[in-house]
Design a protein. Structure first.
Lengths: 337, 106
C-alpha cells in the first residue's frame, strides 16, 4: 500500500471516529498523522482535497455549499504549499552550506594548527577556542636556524569567515619569516605589516605579538602590533606586570616601525600571552578586569602551563554560561631550568 | 544589544552620535551609516562615543576603516567622548597616536 492509499484510509478512520465522539485520543492520532504527512511532503492543499472527498463519502447528504466552501480554503492553502516547498529547498541549501562550512573549519584547523612544542627548559601551554565555527585568533611556535623559539599570537579584527581566510594568509607569511634567525621580532612585524596593508581589504586589521626566546640566555625579545598586552610573572617577587609594548596594529600604515623589547626570565618566571577574547569576557556585573586573570593565574599556579590555560578557559567560559563571544586564545611559557 | 546612530550635519561638518553597544551584531548597521558619510570628499566627521557602553574589536575595525577612507579623501576624522575602557582600546592598538581623539576621558 503506498502512502497515498494509507493516508486515505487513516484519514477516513480518524474523521469517522471524531464525528462520532470528539475525543482527545483521536486528536492525538491526527497529530501523529500530520507528522507522517509532512515527512512525505504532502502539500496542504492536497489535505484539504482529501478532507473534502472523505467528508462527502462519509456524509453523502452534506450540503453542497459546505463542500464548495472548501475551494476557498484550498486556494489559500496553495500559497502555503508554495511557501512550504520554498522552505524545504532552503533547508537543503542550508544543510549544504553547513557541511561546506564544517569542511572549511576542519581545513582551517589543519592549516593553522601549530603543535605545542616540548622542551626541558620551558613549560609551554596554549589554547585557542573559536567563538563561532571558524577561528580569527591564531598562535604559532617555531624554531629558527639558531635554535631560538619563535612565538606569535594574533587576532584578526573582524569575525567569521573573512577573518579566518585572512588568518590563513598571515600564517604562511609568519611561517616563512620565522625560520630566518635574522628576522628579529620588530622586523617580522614590519614585513607582515606591509603584507597585510597590501593584501587585505579595508576593514580587516590584525593585532599581533611576536617574540623570540633564546634558550641559552633565557631572554625573550618581543614586539607588539597593537596586541592586548600579556603579563610577565616574576617568581622571586611573586608579582605580575603588564608586558608593555607599543605599536600600531597591522594593515593601517605601511611605513610604521615597531620598537623591540626584552625581558630576562629566571627559573619559575612566566610569560603569559592572551587575545582580547580573554579580557573582553563579560561578567554578571560588566566586564572582566585584568586583576581577575591574575587571580586565576595565582589560583592555578601550581599546575602545568597547559593545565593553567585549560582551567582558566573553563572558568571564564563558565562565567559566560559556556557561550564565549569572542575567539579565546591564551599561551603560557614558564622557565623550568 | 542595540545601537542608535544620530547624524547631524552643519555646514561641512558631520557629527555622528553613537549610543549603545558596538559589537559583531550591531557593527554592520554602524558600517552602513558611516559608509554613507565617507562617500563624499573632504568631509569633516566628528564621532561622539559618549553614550557607547561597549565596543569590541569589530567596532574598532569599522571606525578604523572609516578613518582610513576619510583621510584618503582629504577629510578630517575626530573621536570624542571616550570612556576609560575605550581610551585603553585605542591606546593598546596604537590608534590613539594616529587618530585625532578629543576631550578628557570620563
Amino acid at each position: 500500500m503506498d502512502f497515498q492509499e494509507s493516508l486515505l484510509w487513516k484519514y477516513k478512520d480518524i474523521l469517522t471516529k471524531y464525528l462520532a465522539v470528539q475525543s482527545e485520543q483521536t486528536l492525538y492520532l491526527t497529530q501523529k498523522l500530520s507528522k507522517e504527512i509532512l515527512e512525505n511532503h504532502i502539500p496542504p492543499e492536497e489535505v484539504i482535497n482529501l478532507h473534502k472527498s472523505v467528508l462527502n463519502e462519509l456524509i453523502p447528504e452534506v450540503p453542497s455549499e459546505v463542500l464548495v466552501s472548501f475551494d476557498i480554503l484550498l486556494e489559500i492553502m496553495m500559497s502555503y504549499g508554495l511557501a512550504y516547498l520554498e522552505h524545504q529547498s532552503l533547508r537543503y541549501k542550508q544543510m549544504e552550506l553547513e557541511m561546506e562550512l564544517e569542511f572549511g573549519a576542519n581545513m582551517q584547523k589543519m592549516l593553522l594548527g601549530s603543535a605545542i612544542p616540548k622542551y626541558d627548559y620551558l613549560d609551554i601551554g596554549a589554547i585557542s577556542i573559536p567563538a563561532k565555527i571558524m577561528n580569527g585568533d591564531y598562535f604559532h611556535f617555531d624554531i629558527d636556524s639558531d635554535q631560538e623559539l619563535k612565538v606569535a599570537i594574533a587576532d584578526v579584527i573582524g569575525k567569521g569567515i573573512p577573518a579566518a581566510l585572512c588568518m590563513s594568509m598571515i600564517k604562511y607569511a609568519v611561517d616563512s619569516l620565522s625560520y630566518s634567525k635574522h628576522n628579529s621580532p620588530e622586523v617580522v612585524l614590519e614585513r607582515l605589516n606591509r603584507i597585510v596593508e597590501k593584501n587585505v581589504d579595508l576593514g580587516i586589521f590584525i593585532t599581533m605579538f611576536y617574540g623570540s626566546y633564546n634558550p641559552k640566555q633565557h631572554v625573550i625579545q618581543y614586539a607588539s602590533a597593537g596586541h592586548e598586552p600579556g603579563f610577565f610573572y616574576n617568581k622571586k617577587e611573586n608579582s605580575f606586570v603588564d608586558l608593555q609594548a607599543k605599536g600600531l596594529l597591522l594593515g593601517i600604515d605601511p611605513h610604521v616601525t615597531y620598537p623591540k623589547f626584552e625581558i630576562s626570565l629566571e627559573i619559575g618566571d612566566m610569560i603569559i600571552l592572551l587575545s582580547d577574547g580573554v579580557t573582553e569576557t563579560r561578567t554578571e556585573d560588566g566586564f572582566l578586569e585584568r586583576e581577575m586573570i591574575i587571580d586565576l593565574l595565582n589560583k592555578y599556579m601550581h599546575l602545568s602551563a597547559q593545565e593553567i590555560v585549560n582551567n582558566i578557559y573553563r572558568d571564564l567560559s563558565k562565567i559566560q554560561h559556556y557561550q564565549i563571544r569572542d575567539d579565546f586564545t591564551m599561551i603560557i611559557m614558564r622557565r623550568l631550568v | 544589544m542595540n545601537i542608535t546612530v544620530d547624524v547631524n550635519k552643519t555646514d561641512g561638518n558631520t557629527i555622528m552620535k553613537i549610543s549603545g553597544e558596538i559589537d559583531a551584531y550591531t557593527a554592520p548597521k554602524l558600517k552602513e551609516t558611516i559608509n554613507q558619510l565617507t562617500k563624499e570628499d573632504g568631509k569633516n566627521v566628528v564621532i561622539d562615543l559618549t553614550d557607547v557602553i561597549y565596543m569590541d574589536s569589530t567596532g574598532l575595525g569599522v571606525l578604523v576603516a572609516a578613518f582610513k577612507k576619510i583621510k584618503t579623501n582629504g577629510g578630517s576624522f575626530i573621536l570624542t567622548g571616550l570612556s576609560n575602557r575605550l581610551q585603553r582600546l585605542f591606546t593598546i592598538t596604537g590608534l590613539s597616536e594616529i587618530m585625532d581623539i578629543k576631550g578628557e576621558s570620563k
